[in-house]
Ligand binder design. Structure first.
Ligand code: GDP
Length: 346
């Protein structure tokens, strides 16, 4: 997972370390040469005894600075331009790649680095910048659901095939583990087999499914599911929706209607991380029109690039709450920016 992003950052770290270490070595050589010349000059003047005392004091002082260098703008400019391009290849959105490199530059220029430990220093700087980009906002999903008035209504939105139905089932299982009873609203009345798929999960997890026929009004299904929950003391109504292929006007109108009717407490966008930059646009559009509370990124296990996770976290301002890491119910992990950064820099 995230191999391309990992490789690009690792080659930046290597080039930066090599360039900086070479510069430090060059500086060491220059200082040694200067000292040698100075010694010879003084020796010639015959002030040998006094000189030895001074030189030993001087070399002690210089040794402290000898293996250290201050990073200048010209040391990083080329490398950061290359990094910016590399990040684009790894699916990081242009704005995000640019702001990340700007921040790296701000942090690096003026910094003093030691010869031994250059790569650790730069790794630490990248770690901080990435963590900041990924973890800007947080939402504790379970806590939010536990504290919302009953029944809690959660609407799942996103393009077709992104994993809405599967993720809804994964979450139902998780909510069940926290003692909360769920009902499914089979409100994807558009995609072939979506209702049967929801019923399949319902049967496996012991969760009731409220459904109408294909082509029915998704908002009407959600309305019935909410009433069912009220009548049966169910804690959470999980409302599926249809995605179509594009975020077209019809789809958004349909979503607006579900939102009007169901008044969801949480609107969660489900998007596949492998969609690359397309997902950034999708989230923007849905957030603009409907206002999202959280994002779940699916298929992280198949994401060889990794940049869209970074882009989404930074551009939308909507918190990523979970990541989908496979097709089984347990393949859902809480989003942990530090863990992702460790993975990227491993
Ligand atoms: P929907 O159209 O948005 O409801 O998408 P589905 O829930 O039907 O999922 C589409 C496909 O993606 C199914 O084959 C799922 O098993 C698969 N899927 C969902 N989430 C993940 C994930 O995190 N990793 C992988 N590898 N596959 C997933």
């Amino acid at each position: 997972m995230f191999n391309l992003l990992k490789n690009k950052l690792s080659s930046f770290i290597n080039s930066f370390s090599k360039k900086t270490e070479d510069k430090i070595e060059e500086k060491e050589k220059e200082v040694k040469e200067a000292k040698k010349e100075e010694k010879e000059e003084k020796e010639e003047k015959g002030a040998k005894e006094k000189l030895e005392v001074r030189l030993s004091l001087e070399s002690k002082a210089k040794a402290v600075f000898l293996s250290e260098i201050e990073i200048k703008e010209k040391d990083v400019d080329d490398l950061l331009t290359d990094l910016e391009m590399s990040l684009l290849e790894a699916d990081v959105a242009y704005d995000v790649s640019k702001s990340m490199c700007d921040e790296l530059k701000k942090k690096l220029v003026g910094m003093r680095v030691q010869k031994h430990g250059v790569s650790e220093t730069i790794r630490g700087v990248i770690r901080d910048v990435l963590a900041e980009k990924l973890g800007a906002r947080r939402l504790d999903f379970i806590d939010a659901v536990e504290h919302a008035p009953r029944p809690v209504k959660i609407l799942f939105l996103g393009p077709n095939g992104a994993g809405k139905t599967t993720t809804m089932a994964k979450l139902a299982r998780r909510l069940g583990e926290h003692g909360m009873k769920c009902v499914f609203s089979a409100s994807d009345t558009f995609r072939a087999a979506a209702i049967e798929q929801t019923e399949h999960h319902g049967k496996k997890l012991g969760i009731e499914v409220i459904k109408h026929k294909y082509g029915a009004d998704p908002a009407a299904v959600a309305f019935d599911a909410i009433n069912y929950a009220k009548a049966h003391g169910i804690d959470v109504v999980l409302i599926d929706s249809s995605g179509r292929q594009e975020t077209n006007a019809n789809l958004l109108d349909e979503m607006k209607k579900i939102v009007r009717v169901a008044k969801p407490d949480l609107k969660i966008f489900i998007g596949e991380s492998i969609a690359g930059n397309a997902i950034v646009e999708q989230v923007k559009k849905f957030h603009e029109v409907l206002g999202l509370d959280g994002i779940i990124l699916t298929k992280i296990d198949c994401d060889a690039k990794g940049g869209s996770t970074l882009s989404i976290a930074q551009t939308s301002g909507v918190p990523i709450i979970y990541i989908g890491t496979g097709q089984n119910y347990e393949d859902l992990e809480e989003f942990d920016a530090r863990k992702i950064v460790d993975e990227i820099l491993s």
